[in-house]
Design a protein around this ligand. Structure first.
Ligand SMILES: NC(=O)C1=CN([C@@H]2O[C@H](COP(=O)(O)OP(=O)(O)OC[C@H]3O[C@@H](n4cnc5c(N)ncnc54)[C@H](OP(=O)(O)O)[C@@H]3O)[C@@H](O)[C@H]2O)C=CC1
Ligand SMILES: O=C(O)CCC(=O)C(=O)O
Length: 419
């Protein structure tokens, strides 16, 4: 699908950063520091498989920047993960935490594996061994991992347990996205999808788009895509006309019942074959005429090679970096509105922040409190980005990077540089 336009994650992350840095005339010394990750841990470790064999796995943890606080970002279990990709994603986390003004820096990491091909025992042994390998970087005041592509609450529980065993006491604040019974926050799993919908609603109000009955296409039906689709359908009354996962895509012009579709995927492992939809190719799905397109899978989904086929009015980036810089430039020319990832999917890290705060205080909030605070932060951040975009006559993405970069650069200025 990606044809020739398949930039690396680092290229994507630095492209948008450079654009904003140039406009803001950011000091070259600060700029240079932000091009490169602050530190990288590259690990290789053995895991005993169910058949008795021992297999080597590789993983990374990258801290892009910690000038505004501890490193924060997810862990991916993904077969094609590369160090370069983790570094680019860590950089995006620096901008994401800054644009919504959380007291964190940016990190990312993960293990090269396909969790779907591992048994639960293998996954647990892999996670615990990986945790011991990255233990010198993580900790509540240093680096707090969280779920991302291919990881979930159970993986976070094993990380928390392994770290706590080494310390000799329970340290729930070492990871976020845990099950609530061991210190997880209410609403963390739903947070990125919820946040996407909150931000979309703010934007829709500004451009006079009625989301009730709006036709929506959701690319990716995992933790983020399911919640976004469910909220759009159930809360806002939109019509979700197409969804996909890795195995294929399905289409129903009258809209899906997302809860029923979710149950079907839980049973069968895929949306393919769902009886109330017709099969469609991934490419045709992206080309459907719709009001809102929600890329919620992986990076480089909308590229220079397929951007001309896009017929959406608004794209809200639930995934990280689903649009390449070349495609983004064409979308700007075409007048397609893009709500950028660092703002649109920041609901996840915002509720991770709430979870970290709750763990540090051993004082837990209700789902209503979490949702209220999440909405408050997102509405404020959206408002700031939108206002900046209007003032400077730039797209939302540029405004979001400008806001994030101004906070990071100010932190550098105030902290100073070690002589
Ligand atoms: N989880 C979180 O807290 C946050 C996640 N994000 C970002 O959101 C995105 C999705 O994450 P999340 O929902 O957690 O991940 P999940 O692993 O839960 O789900 C990913 C979904 O995308 C599908 N998918 C993967 N690759 C492709 C592909 N090439 N074509 C079509 N579908 C594909 C998967 O299919 P299948 O089901 O077949 O595997 C799955 O349905 C990622 O970019 C992630 O970085 C951003 C903020 C927070
Ligand atoms: O919750 C977090 O700490 C980070 C989630 C994440 O990896 C992301 O927003 O891309």
């Amino acid at each position: 699908m990606n044809g020739n336009d398949s930039p690396t994650m680092q290229e994507v992350a630095t492209h948008f950063y450079e654009e904003a840095a140039e406009l803001m005339k950011i000091d070259q010394g600060v700029r240079d520091q932000l091009y490169v990750p602050q530190r990288i841990l590259d690990v290789h470790f053995p895991v005993k498989m169910d058949d008795g064999s021992v297999k080597m796995f590789s993983g990374f943890r990258v801290h892009h920047n910690t000038v505004r606080g501890p490193a924060k970002g997810g862990l991916r279990y993904y077969p094609n993960l590369t160090l370069e990709q983790a570094s680019g994603l860590a950089m995006l986390m620096t901008w994401k935490t800054a644009v919504v003004n959380l007291p964190f820096g940016g990190a990312k990491g993960g293990v090269l594996c396909d969790p779907k091909t591992l048994s639960k025992g293998e996954l647990e042994r892999l996670t615990r061994r990986f945790t011991t390998e990255i233990i010198l970087l993580i900790g509540p005041e240093r680096d707090i991992p969280a779920p991302d592509l291919g990881t979930d609450e159970q993986v976070m529980a094993w990380i928390m347990d392994t770290y706590s065993m080494v310390k000799g006491y329970s340290v729930p604040a070492v990871v976020t996205g845990k099950p609530p019974v061991i210190g997880g926050s209410a609403g963390r799993r739903r947070a990125p999808g919820r946040g996407v919908v909150f931000v979309l609603r703010e934007f829709a109000d500004r451009i006079g788009l009625d989301l009730r009955g709006a036709r929506v296409v959701v690319h990716g039906f995992g933790k983020v895509g399911v919640t976004a689709a469910y909220m759009l359908e159930h809360v806002l009354g939109s019509t979700v006309i197409a969804v996909c996962d890795r195995s294929g895509a399905i289409y129903n012009p009258n809209g899906f019942d997302i809860r029923d579709l979710y149950n079907y995927k839980e049973e069968t492992g895929t949306v393919v074959g769902y009886p109330h939809g017709e099969p469609i190719s991934h490419a045709d799905m992206l080309a459907l005429e719709c009001d809102v397109l929600v890329p919620a899978s992986v990076e480089n989904i909308i590229t220079a090679d397929n951007v001309e086929t896009i017929r959406a009015r608004v794209i809200v980036e639930a995934a990280n970096a689903p649009i390449t810089p070349a495609a983004d430039a064409i979308l700007r020319e075409k007048g397609v509105h893009v709500i950028p990832d660092i703002l649109a999917n920041s609901g996840g890290v915002i509720v991770s922040y709430f979870e970290w705060v709750q763990d540090l205080q051993s004082f837990f909030w209700t789902d209503e409190q979490v949702t209220q605070q999440l909405r408050k932060i997102l509405v404020r951040a959206f408002d700031q980005v939108y206002t900046l975009a209007q003032e400077h006559n730039v797209p939302l993405r540029v405004a979001a990077y400008m806001l994030a970069l101004s906070r990071v650069a100010t932190a550098y200025k105030l902290r100073g540089f070690y002589p």
